[in-house]
Design a protein. Structure first.
Length: 115
């Protein structure tokens, strides 16, 4: 299993970014995919989840309305569209899949929200 994130960078408050995660090594269409983030000095927190059937998505209440997760099974890619970004969204963002009993993570992509 390999997950490779991209799309992070420096953005001003109120701006937008779209993160991508390309997956390989497993049957992408058969698994829910998630995004997490970890800010300096804080624990990793869940950001979004998209199910493998029907494209249904879930978010913590704090992320609803600003973040949108989507997937393209043909491209084996999951996306995270982030709008109205705030300085507190600054973190390393990770793609996640649980295959069997094991969690797999990408290397992360840094998102910095600052003026």
């Amino acid at each position: 299993v390999q997950l490779v994130e991209s799309g992070g960078g420096l953005v001003q408050p109120g701006g937008s970014l779209r993160l991508s995660c390309v997956a390989s090594g497993f049957t992408f269409s058969a698994y829910p995919m998630g995004w997490y983030r970890q800010a300096p000095g804080k624990e990793r927190e869940w950001v979004a989840l998209i199910h493998n059937v029907g494209g249904r998505s879930n978010y913590p209440d704090s992320m609803k309305g600003r973040f949108t997760i989507s997937r393209d099974n043909a491209k084996k890619t999951v996306y995270l569209q982030m709008n109205s970004l705030k300085p507190e969204d600054t973190a390393v963002y990770y793609c996640n899949v649980k295959v069997g009993v094991r969690d797999y993570w990408g290397q992360g992509t840094q998102v910095t929200v600052s003026s």
